[in-house]
Design a protein around this ligand. Structure first.
Ligand code: NAD
Ligand code: LMR
Length: 342
């Protein structure tokens, strides 16, 4: 029979325990959505997750949790519907994954979602300052470039900011770069690793094919189209779904991959590195996606931009102005308390 292992509180466990922890409480906010459901499924299958809280404003969320709870893995699943249950859903969570909010329709930019989603993220983090300030947060909600600054500002306001624990999930950009270059060069995408830096929207997405492993040789005349395809891949899906949302399944895969890396690092596994959009001092902008080494406390080391070629340097320059605008918008949204910010 599955017996629940009683553990000391999070901080005590991290500071004093020498034994390896491998059972974690994870909350998904937006669990009833297009990403939330398959992501929750993948987390239910993850042996490092022993408690899975599924939260959403959708009233049928307990049904999603009930459905998942019949899967023959040992983790316990609970459903929470409605904002009044947010605090309970977050309480004592060690990892919180957030795909809550509205997706794009054809013709929209990710920034067009700011008016709807900024407040969703703000509300979740205001509650988290009380319910689980020490959790590791993985933000999927768009616009990621502005939502991570919003989250950090809310935490800062409450004196609870730990920037090593707040991540914007840009993993889908890496997954896409791996897939597209693998297909082009005849390498199994699963073997590919292409770092992607900058941010998560259009020109702010900067894939570094020069640093791909294994090394690949991309014909000069194909590099620009390949880079643009990665930058516009989200729009490719939005258009293909023709008004029925944006990427959900590839994002659920990417979110589960990122959460798994966070969990593996929490167990003490060494050398876990993922690209993520985080509070950063490696460039002139305050938030930036780059490879980060993960550890028991979240970010152990920001690996920075590293060596890039002239083409990538130019792409990075193009990204910076847009990033600055997106970041400023997120910070000001919290600092000025402007709920109707456009
Ligand atoms: N980071 C990325 O790479 C990436 C990739 C794909 C999608 N996204 C973003 O993820 C978000 C979700 O996309 P989706 O396709 O799952 O959308 P969806 O509409 O299918 O699901 C969103 C879910 O969020 C819930 N929700 C809305 N407001 C909420 C709130 N205040 N609190 C809790 N839950 C709330 C909805 O009820 C819904 O179930 C969008 O903003 C989308 O742009 C990000
Ligand atoms: O493109 C979108 O709106 C969703 C997501 O950011 C993506 O990259 O697929």
């Amino acid at each position: 029979m599955f017996s629940r292992i009683v553990r000391p509180t999070l901080n005590t466990a991290r500071k004093f325990s020498t034994s390896q922890q491998n059972n974690y409480r994870v909350t998904v906010c937006g669990a009833a959505g297009g990403i939330g459901q398959p992501l929750s499924l993948l987390l239910k299958l993850n042996p490092l997750v022993t408690e899975l809280n599924c939260y959403d404003i959708a009233p049928f969320t307990p049904g999603v949790a009930c459905d998942l709870s019949h899967i023959e893995t040992a983790s316990k699943v609970k459903g929470f519907a409605g904002q009044e249950s947010l605090k309970d859903a977050l309480s004592n969570a060690e990892v919180v994954v957030i795909p809550a909010g509205v997706p794009r329709k054809p013709g929209m930019t990710r920034d067009d979602l700011f008016g709807s989603n900024a407040n969703v993220v703000k509300t979740i983090f205001e509650c988290a300052t009380e319910a689980c300030p020490d959790a590791i947060f993985c933000i999927i909600t768009n616009p990621v470039n502005s939502c991570v600054p919003i989250a950090c500002e809310v935490m800062k306001k409450a004196n609870k900011l730990n920037p090593r624990r707040i991540f914007g999930v840009s993993t889908l950009d890496i997954v896409r770069a791996n897939t597209f270059v693998g297909e082009m060069c005849g390498v199994n995408p699963k073997e590919m690793n292409v770092p992607v830096i900058g941010g998560h929207s259009g020109i702010t997405i900067v894939p570094l094919f020069s640093r791909a492993t294994p090394k690949v040789s991309i014909p000069k005349d194909k590099l620009d189209a390949l880079t643009k395809r990665v930058q516009e891949a989200g729009t490719e899906v939005v258009n293909a779904k023709a008004g029925h949302g944006s990427a959900t399944l590839s994002m659920a895969y990417s979110g589960a991959r990122f959460a798994n890396s966070i969990l593996r690092a929490l167990t003490g596994e060494q050398d876990v590195t993922e690209c993520a959009y985080v509070m950063s001092d490696v460039t002139e902008v305050e938030y930036f996606a780059s490879p980060v080494k993960l550890g028991k406390c979240g970010i152990e080391q920001n690996c920075g931009v590293g060596d890039i070629n002239e083409y990538e340097e130019n792409k990075l320059c193009e990204a910076m102005e847009q990033l600055k605008k997106d970041i400023k918008k997120g910070i000001e949204f919290v600092q000025k308390g402007d709920k109707k910010c456009k």
